[in-house]
Each structure stands twice: as structure tokens, then as C-alpha cells.
Design a protein around this ligand. Sequence first.
Ligand code: NAI
Ligand code: MG
Length: 348
Amino acid sequence: MAVIPGDGVGPEVISASLPVLRAAARRAGSRLEAVELDWGGDRYLRTGRAMPPDAVDVLRGFPAVLFGAVGRPDVPDHELIWGLIIGVRQALDLAVNVRPVQSWAGVTTVLREPDGIDLVIVRENTEGEYAGIGGRAHAATPHELGIEVAVHSRPAILRAARYAFDLARSRRGRLSLVTKSNALRHGYTLWDSVVAEVAAEHPDVECENVLVDAMAVRLVQRPRELDVLLCGNLFGDILSDLAAVLAGGMGMAPSANLLPGGDVPALFEPVHGSAPDIAGRGVANPVACMLSGAMLLDHVGLPAAGRIVRDAVATALRDPSLHTPDLGGSASTKELAAEILAAVETTT
Ligand code: NAI
Ligand code: MG
């Protein structure tokens, strides 16, 4: 696999995760080769670009990519986000972003009863408000304006929907389509009709349509009844951060970017960013990155190794003395990672 540690806490959570992923692969009777790429903010400051011009070809040589985070306070955010992560998602046409959210025994959250949350947000990953279409005009005048065009196409909705319905079928058989088709009557009504077609192909999946504001309420009040949420790009981005915090926080939320059935590498990354407020202090929670690595192991045909990682994370999290500060504890990244590694090594 290729590994892009990136900026801020990215390198901290990646270096905590790699030994765990390697050990889990070994326990499952395999070997995990990792090639590190120094792409991100430092490279941008050195060369004017976050990644080399042939970056996408480089990535195509790997079955999968593990990515930390990009973003540094001294570089405009959109330069690095577009120059790296959104750029890669678009160039590789990584159609869906998959964000599982679950509660963990031992981890308390803002919810009164976080137990039993087990849902997956499937986010269309190439279009919506993130298609990159728009412009700025009349700079430095009182009429200055910015236009961001939301793009929703049948093929993009279809591939995200098919992935989400198949996933729901393999889980509890429930899918919630999240839109705002009462007010945004062009793009999201297309979502409603295309998803209704896919629902007809999957009569065994129970499908409901929920407006995004109502879904924000449902996530807080009754998250346990949710199974698979199918969202456009923007709503998926926002709701997955909300869901992550309800289940333990940004330090716990993994994700995958993939092209179902496509011949391109899938990219796995924690949902969180480079967390400059805590970077360099050795206190970042490495679990989101490790769980992203577990999804990577599943994807490259090592589901036994993926399970070993998740079981080891669950074992360590049951002990509050191993929690990092984001979980209310005082353990360091290294202390938590060392216990998870030990749990991997002793898995029977
Ligand atoms: P963020 O996710 O970096 O941080 C939000 C909050 O969560 C902060 O309080 C941070 O300390 C906390 N947090 C994040 N990861 C954590 C971890 N592993 N352990 C413990 N606490 C953690 O989001 P923010 O602050 O909006 O963005 C910071 C930078 O990251 C910006 O430059 C932004 O553009 C970039 N970013 C990059 C992303 C990516 O590379 N995929 C995604 C989101 C943001
Ligand atoms: Mg986000």
C-alpha cells in the first residue's frame, strides 16, 4: 500500500497505526508492504504543489492508499484540500465515501445513551457542491460575489445508491436517503427518483426518504434505529462529523473512498483533519486511523486482519486509563497505540 502521512496529527496517527496494521496482517498470515509518500503541506511550501505532477499515476501502482490528513495554518486550506485529497478523489474517480460509525464499550459521549449506535454513512464523493464548478467576480467591489454550482448526475447517484443498497442488504436491511428535495427542487428531486429506481431493484431493503434537517435531529435523538444513510456530498460531509461525535469523537471515525467495481486503488483515511490545535503534543487519538487501516485490510482481502485490529481497539478502549484526552483521558497517542499493538500480538 501507499501511505501519505500528510500534515499536523496525520504523521502522528499514521506512525502509531502502521505497526498495528503490520502486526495484524502478520497474525493473519500475510505481509503488509508500505511505501511512504511525502505529500502535503511541507512539500507545497517547498515546491508550490502538495503532490508531484504524476501523483495519480504513482497511486495507480498500489492496491490501496492510507492517508493521514492535510492542512496547515500557514497555507490556505483550499490549496491543500484541493491540491491533495479532493484532487485525488476526483482524479481516481473515487465515487463513494464510506463512513462507519459505531459506539464502543467504555467510551462515553455527549449522548445520554451512546450504546448500540451502528450505522454507515455512504456519501457521494465526486459531485454536489464539491464539483468545483463556479467562480468569483467583481473582486474588491461592493458587488463582489462567489458562485458554487451544485452538480447532481444520474450516473453518480446510481453508483452511490447501488453501493449503499448492497451494503444495507449485507447489514440490517435499512436505508435512509438524505436530501433536501422540498427546498432544493432540481438536484435532490433527481436523487429521489433515481434512488426510487434502485430501491425497486432491492425489494428486500427497507428504504425511507428523510430531509437533512430532520436527519440531524434523528441522529441525536434516535441514532440506534439508523443503519445505512445515503447522502449527497455536502450532507454526507456534515452528518458524518455529527455522527462521529455522537459515537465518540473525531478521533474515532474512519472512512474509505472507493470506486465500486473499479480498477483504481481505494483510499482510506480518518475523517478528521490535521488538528493543528493538538498537533505535535503526542495526544492525538490514533483509533480513527487504525480503523481506517482495518477497512483497508478488509478491502485488500485480509478481513481476518481487519477483525483483529477492531477487536484490539475494542479491548483497549474498555480501559479508560488508556483513553486519549479527546475521550476524557490522559493517555498519549503512544500509550494507547502500544496497548492496541499488544492486544493484536496476543490475539488467539
Ligand atoms: P480537525 O478534524 O482537524 O479538528 C477538529 C477538532 O477535532 C479539533 O478540536 C481537533 O483537535 C479534534 N481532533 C481531530 N482529530 C483528532 C484526533 N485524532 N484525536 C483527537 N482530537 C482530534 O478539523 P479542523 O480543525 O476543521 O481542520 C484543521 C485542518 O485540517 C484544516 O486545515 C482543514 O482544512 C484540514 N482538514 C483536512 C481534512 C483531510 O485531510 N481529509 C479533513 C478535514 C479538515
Ligand atoms: Mg468533513
